[in-house]
Design a protein around this ligand. Structure first.
Ligand SMILES: [Ca+2]
Length: 277
C-alpha cells in the first residue's frame, strides 16, 4: 500500500467529533460496560461526568437519528435509540449535510482501547460523546430496516480532512458474522473499504478473515474489522499519536488510500443514515 499524497480538505461543515478532546484517560475496559447501553449516565446533582451532564438529551427513544431530526431535533448530541428490543445511546450528527446521521464509530483521542473481543464488538463499547463503537448488533438492526448510506470522515494530524461515501451499507446478522454489504464509493479520501466488501467481521477471538491458517489479521492489526488478507483500512486499530508510526505490523488507525497504511489518523468516524429516495 503506497502513500497517497495530499488530498483536498474536507468541507469542514458540521462537527461530527465528540464533545472535546479530553486528556488521555484510563479506560476501564469494555468488560466494565458489557451491556447494551453506553454508559453516559443521566445528569445527577453533584456528580461530575465531563461531557455528558451538559448535553441535554431530547426525549426518546428514537428509531434512529434521522427520526429525531425529522421531529425537529437539530442539535447534535447523545440520543437514546430503540432498536427492536435493544436500547442504546448514540451520537446523532444533526448538522452535517442535512443531519440525521447516526455515528456508529468514532476515534479522536486514543482514550478507548479498540483491541478487544467479539462480544464487545457485538454489543458496543466506549462513550457516545467520545471514542466509541456502537456495536455490530445495533448496526445490523438499524441497517436491516431499509437502505442506508455510509459516510466515513477522516482527519490527519495536519488537520486535513477527507471523506468516503458509500451509497449503500448494511451488516448481515450475527449468524453470518455481520458480513459487510457496501454500495458505490464517492469521495475524496479514496476507496479503502470496497476491498472489504462481502467479508465477515473478525476479532482477535473470532478469526473469519481471508488469511489462511492460523494467521489472524485482527491480532496483527490489533482491532476488529471486516478483515480480508488483511486490510486497506483499519479504523479500529491502535491510535498512534502523531501520524507516522513504525511497527512490525500495520496496526494503526489507517485508511490506505488517504495517507497510507503506515500513517495513523488523528480522527475517524463512521456515520449512517437511511438512504433518501
Ligand atoms: Ca485467518
Amino acid at each position: 500500500m503506497q502513500e497517497v499524497n495530499h488530498r483536498a480538505p474536507g468541507s469542514g461543515a458540521g462537527s461530527p467529533w465528540g464533545v472535546s478532546e479530553k486528556e488521555t484517560e484510563t479506560d476501564p475496559g469494555p468488560a466494565a460496560k458489557q451491556k447494551w447501553t453506553h454508559a453516559c449516565p443521566r445528569a445527577s446533582p453533584g456528580v461530575g461526568w465531563p461531557g455528558c451532564a451538559s448535553i441535554p438529551v431530547p426525549p426518546g427513544p428514537w428509531q434512529d437519528c434521522a427520526e429525531a431530526h425529522q421531529a425537529g431535533h437539530s442539535q447534535s448530541g447523545v440520543y437514546e435509540l430503540q432498536l427492536g428490543r435493544l436500547q442504546v445511546s448514540a451520537w446523532c450528527e444533526q448538522q452535517l449535510e442535512g443531519g440525521g446521521w447516526t455515528v456508529i464509530q468514532r476515534r479522536q483521542d486514543g482514550s478507548v482501547n479498540f483491541f478487544t473481543t467479539w462480544q464487545h464488538y457485538k454489543v458496543g463499547f466506549g462513550r457516545p460523546d467520545g471514542e466509541y463503537w456502537l456495536g455490530l448488533e445495533p448496526v445490523h438492526q438499524l441497517t436491516s430496516r431499509g437502505d442506508h448510506e455510509l459516510l466515513v470522515l477522516l482527519e490527519d494530524w495536519g488537520g486535513r480532512g477527507a471523506r468516503a461515501h458509500y451509497d449503500s451499507f448494511s451488516l448481515e446478522p450475527e449468524s453470518d458474522h455481520y458480513r459487510l454489504r457496501l454500495g458505490q464509493y464517492h469521495g475524496d479520501a479514496g476507496d479503502s473499504l470496497s476491498w472489504h466488501n462481502d467479508k465477515p467481521f473478525s476479532t482477535v477471538d473470532r478469526d473469519r478473515d481471508s488469511y489462511s491458517g492460523r494467521s489472524n489479521c485482527a491480532l496483527y492489526q490489533r482491532g476488529g474489522w471486516w478483515y480480508h488478507a488483511c486490510a486497506h483500512s483499519n479504523l479500529n486499530g491502535v491510535w498512534h499519536r502523531g501520524g507516522h508510526y513504525r511497527n512490525r505490523y500495520q496496526d494503526g488507525v489507517y485508511w490506505a488510500e488517504f495517507r497510507g497504511g503506515a500513517y495513523s489518523l488523528k480522527k475517524a468516524a463512521m456515520l449512517i443514515r437511511p438512504a433518501r429516495p
